[in-house]
Design a protein around this ligand. Structure first.
Ligand code: AMP
Ligand code: GLY
Length: 429
């Protein structure tokens, strides 16, 4: 085992659990550590029991110093924007993820919009506002109510899709005053509202080359039929038929590659996972809504089912700036992830409910149950967050993956469990 690699994953969500198991499946990997991890990441699943999966406590730099991993992967956006990859690199560790300078693509909406304009990447028309005094003039530049975005990171809550100028004004004033998001709202981007259907495309990059993953669709609202409040994402499927091969090629040529080449030209090469959030108009035109500088959650839960090849080796090459994109290939499978959320989510998720049926679901073929908000208490798994589990299945068709994911969902129970019954329904219709 000693020549096999040890990989450290920073984070505690379903995304990190999915990344960890996909890394553990890589031929070159013998051990994956998660820090801090969750109740699902203490041990490897039965089919990977010949390898080691475990949690590690301490700050990321402490854990890295103690464990001496061959590769560190930083999952969430906040530590990326705070420069964790720069710090790990300075301490001599190989880390996959963008530098703080490159993470501004997600960390500042105003930066992202200026970057896109500078490098000819089409996005919605926008105006950046940094004071209440200049808000009225900016609002007047939009005939229809603009979308209002806090400049900085707001854990996915910083966007208001306003139905009127009054709603947009109120949202922008709340942000600019600091009342809504503190310093993250000190600048506000107003932008033209795009219409259509949303999808995302991820690319793994070494700063120059990219490996493009299949398009995925998330379901952001809590309720069936896209009703109710927004969440971190209630389920995903991939590949999304909305993104035809021609459209994916256009997104690669007109959005992903110009972004990677633009970041390199600006002296801040982007090494990591670049996630382009897209709006596809009824006429089939793709518009860029946002860049994220990391794998999506719960997009990763499905995407990890669709890549063949030594994933760990590819991330190592990307982190070193020397990715051979031919190392990875796309499988012909489809995957569906159904998120099981806690009672009260998204407003006030309840914690401490015991979860049953995990053992049954774990024995189902082609199913993985990724943990997010869970914790172990005297051998029992309890809910410990809003999004609790991501029940994920693969199949040779979307219909097969869908059927398996919902079958596994039926095996799991906890008090107040919420999930959507229409994940992937639109694509199957
Ligand atoms: P973002 O964090 O920029 O992706 O925004 C979060 C969500 O707000 C997106 O997934 C869209 O649903 C919505 N959104 C953002 N920008 C726009 C826009 N220009 N037009 C319509 N909806 C938008
Ligand atoms: N699922 C959306 C995100 O990760 O930002």
């Amino acid at each position: 085992m000693s020549s096999l690699r040890k990989v450290l994953v920073i984070g505690s969500g379903g995304r990190e659990h999915a990344l960890s198991l996909r890394l553990l499946e890589s031929e070159s990997v013998g051990e994956v550590l998660l820090s801090p991890g969750n109740a699902g990441t203490h041990t490897a699943p039965p089919d990977l029991a010949h390898k080691i999966l475990r949690n590690a406590t301490g700050s990321p730099l402490e854990v890295a110093a103690r464990e001496q991993p061959d590769l560190v992967i930083v999952g969430p956006e906040a530590p990326l924007c705070d420069g964790l990859v720069d710090q790990l690199s300075a301490a001599g560790f190989l880390a996959f993820g963008p530098s703080a300078a490159a993470a501004r693509l997600e960390g500042s909406k105003a930066f992202m919009k200026d970057f896109a304009l500078r490098h000819g990447i089409a996005t919605a028309r926008h105006v950046t506002v940094d004071s209440a005094a200049s808000l009225e003039r900016a609002l007047a530049e939009f005939d229809a109510a603009p979308v209002v975005k806090a400049d900085g990171l707001c854990a996915g809550k910083g966007v208001v899709v306003a139905d009127s100028h009054d709603v947009a004004r109120e949202a922008a004033l709340g942000m600019l005053s600091g009342a809504s998001f503190g310093a993250a709202g000190a600048r506000v981007v107003l932008e033209e509202r795009l219409r259509g259907a949303e999808a995302s495309i991820h690319a793994i990059s070494d700063g120059e080359r990219i490996f493009v993953l299949p398009a995925a669709q998330d379901h952001k609202r809590i309720g069936d039929g896209d009703r109710g409040p927004n969440t971190g994402g209630m389920g995903t499927y991939a590949p999304a038929p909305l993104i035809t091969p021609e459209l994916a090629e256009r997104v690669t040529r007109q959005i992903l590659l110009p972004a990677i080449h633009g970041m390199a030209a600006d002296g801040t090469p982007f090494r990591g996972a670049l996630f382009a959030g897209l709006m596809v108009s009824d006429a089939g035109e793709p518009g860029l809504l946002e860049f994220n500088v990391r794998f999506g959650d719960p997009e990763t839960q499905v995407l990890m089912n669709l890549i063949d090849g030594d994933f760990a080796e590819a991330l190592i090459q990307a982190a070193r700036g020397k990715l051979d994109p031919a190392l990875l290939t796309l499988s012909k499978n489809s995957a569906v992830c159904v998120v099981l959320a806690a009672a009260g989510y998204p407003a006030t998720p309840r914690a401490g409910d015991p979860i049953e049926g995990l053992d049954v679901a774990a024995r189902m073929p082609n199913v993985r149950v990724f943990h997010a908000g869970t914790r172990l208490d005297a051998g029992r798994v309890l809910t410990a967050g809003g999004r609790v589990l991501g029940v994920t299945a693969r199949g040779s068709s979307l219909a097969e993956a869908h059927q398996r994911a919902y079958q596994a969902t039926e095996a799991i129970r906890f008090a107040g469990m919420q999930f959507r019954r229409d994940i992937a329904a639109r694509a199957l219709a």
